[in-house]
Design a protein around this ligand. Structure first.
Ligand code: B12
Ligand code: SF4
Length: 495
């Protein structure tokens, strides 16, 4: 079968980086393994209108990924496809996994695959292929025909039959052994069109920068986190499987940096230690790698971090979220500030770069708690501090709290991003004005401290990326007057 996988276009309010979509890379790999002819259409880097691609490639089935701000673009893409050819259009990804029926009740969407996608996708493609073989004039409608009941037994999907009945089949079990998955199929992506995901090294472009997932899921349930796609059960690949992928990336694809995307990479410390040993034994530790997401601070010992550094780790991130003890307790992060302080100290002691994630505007916040977060960020002083404006994604506890007690200021999925400087809701005394002011203040106060400015200006990658960095900063955090002054002073230094 000809299979088309799509990442629909979505522009964040700031100029972010573009990297190949790992979920689609896995789906492309399992489709290829099944014997399908695969094409990936990443609208972020494609020039051709989707209708043209459909005419040219003539797929038998289309899969579209959708997180919350992308879902409307996914629907528009599905409409454009259906206008050319009535083929099955399948949606998957974080947003539609939580609100599947919202999509399947639309005529342009046939089926939603909920959660981890590989197994269900393959089974669904098998059903479509088999039906097509017996029915030369097959259309997407045949798949949803209640008489034919083709999808009745397929777990993990939601669809509306042609007579309008919503079918929400039970969840599909997760993949028990992640080592059985093929490596992500990057050869279907236009690798030269990407930037690196989160720069670990200077001036490396997307064709040499790769993402790896060594485990899936997270045993925690922080109230703000959209953990809908992957279940509570944490599953890890064996160190040997990760090593094999690492070798493939370095030796076959020429990787110059690697980002580990796990939600909770260090749940099993001995697994990470074994991985580190293997990287060292196999002389792969010259390639720098980073933890893109936070690792658990309570398990970040000096011994572990030091071994990981020898294995090539360059940067480690910790999800701090709040500097206020009560707010930290309320979000179920199950960590305390002393543990976080110690983790940053350990990382700095062994010479790792550090990154901290902070949130402004969690439920229960007021000026004082936000102030505590800014102060704590300055105290632990990571090399990169990322302050997110709290955005309540569907399926999270915060979403429920805001719906019940607050006043949501958003009514368009395309606004569900956290970098555009606008508050997403008001709750009790927490007004939009307060959240927006403190969010901007957080960036200004953290990055405009004198020692911080000196540190930033002395980094080579800052000078390589300074135009982009300033464009982002101007667009997001600085008021007009400061923008002009800052631009003038930096441009004077830069020329
Ligand atoms: C890396 C990452 C990014 C990268 C994206 C890189 C890329 N091109 O993919 C960057 C930094 C750019 C990014 C940005 C954003 N991200 Co992000 N990101 C992640 C992260 C950490 C890993 C994604 C990943 O690779 N997962 C591993 C793969 C295997 O899983 P997957 O992509 O979900 O795909 C699987 C299933 O979902 C399913 N599936 C997915 N698509 C499809 C399609 C079909 C047809 C089928 C059948 C199945 C299927 O099958 C796949 C294989 O099992 C996730 C957290 C997480 N654990 O997933 C957050 C996450 C996806 N991001 C999230 C958010 C909120 C964002 C932003 C909106 C944040 C912002 N800035 O405002 C933006 C949106 C950007 C955009 N343009 O749309 C949320 C999404 C919540 C939601 N309801 O939408 C997540 C879940 C984090 C969280 N826990 O809250 N992100
Ligand atoms: S924020 Fe991190 S620790 Fe908390 S639920 Fe999400 S992935 Fe797990």
């Amino acid at each position: 079968m000809r299979v088309l996988l799509i990442n629909p276009r979505f522009h964040l309010p700031i100029d972010t980086r573009t990297s190949p979509h790992l979920g689609l890379a896995y789906l492309a790999a399992v489709s290829e393994q099944r014997g399908d002819e695969v094409m990936v259409f990443d609208a972020d880097v494609e020039e051709e209108p989707i209708g043209e691609t459909i005419r040219r490639f003539n797929p038998d089935v289309v899969g579209i990924t959708a997180n919350t701000p992308q879902v409307k673009s996914a629907w528009r893409t599905a409409q454009a496809i259906k206008a050319v050819k009535d083929i099955p259009v399948i949606l998957g990804g974080p947003h539609v996994s939580v609100l599947p029926a919202e999509s399947t009740q639309r005529p342009e969407v046939d089926v939603v695959v909920r959660g981890e996608g590989e197994t269900v996708w393959i089974k669904l493609c098998g059903i479509i292929e088999k039906t097509k073989a017996h029915k030369p004039n097959f259309t997407a409608k045949d798949l949803l025909d209640p008489q034919a009941a083709l999808l009745d037994g397929l777990l993990g999907i939601t669809y509306h039959t042609t007579d309008g009945k919503e079918c929400h089949n039970p969840d599909h079990p997760t993949i028990a052994d992640l080592d059985t998955l093929p490596f992500p199929a990057y050869h279907f992506f236009k690798m030269n069109s990407y930037t690196n995901l989160q720069p670990a090294t200077d001036a490396v472009d997307g064709s040499k920068s790769f993402s790896v997932m060594t485990s899936r899921g997270c045993p925690y349930r922080c109230t703000f986190c959209s953990q809908s796609i992957m279940p509570v059960k944490w599953r890890a690949r064996s160190p040997e499987s990760v090593l094999a992928e690492w070798k493939h990336l370095v030796h076959n694809l020429g990787a110059l940096e690697i980002g580990v995307l796990d939600d909770s990479a260090n749940i099993q410390v001995d697994r990470l230690e074994r991985m580190a040993d293997l990287f060292i034994e196999n002389k792969l530790n010259h390639v720098p790698w980073i933890f893109v997401n936070g690792i658990r601070a309570n398990l970040a010992t000096t011994e572990l971090l030091s071994k990981l550094k020898t294995a090539g780790l360059k940067r480690v991130a910790f999800g701090v979220e709040s500097g206020d003890p009560d707010v930290l307790l309320s979000i179920d992060k199950k960590i305390d500030h002393d543990t976080i302080r110690q983790a940053f100290k350990n990382a700095k002691k062994v010479g790792l770069e550090t990154m901290g994630f902070f949130i402004i505007g969690l439920p229960g916040e007021n000026e004082e708690t936000m102030e505590n977060t800014i102060k704590f960020a300055c105290e632990v002083d990571p090399m990169i501090a990322n302050f997110s404006m709290m955005t309540p994604y569907p399926g999270t506890k915060v979403w429920e709290i805001v719906k019940r007690q607050g006043h949501l200021l958003l009514n368009d999925w395309e606004d569900y991003v956290f970098f555009d400087g606008r508050a997403r809701y008001e709750l009790g005394d927490m007004t939009a004005e307060l959240v927006e002011r403190k969010w901007k203040e957080a960036y200004r106060r953290f990055y405009l401290r004198p020692h911080r400015i000196v540190q930033t200006l002395s980094r080579r990658d800052f000078w390589i990326n300074w135009r982009r960095t300033f464009k982002v900063a101007f667009k997001t955090i600085f008021p007009a007057k400061e923008k002009t002054e800052l631009r003038q002073s930096v441009e004077t230094v830069a020329v």
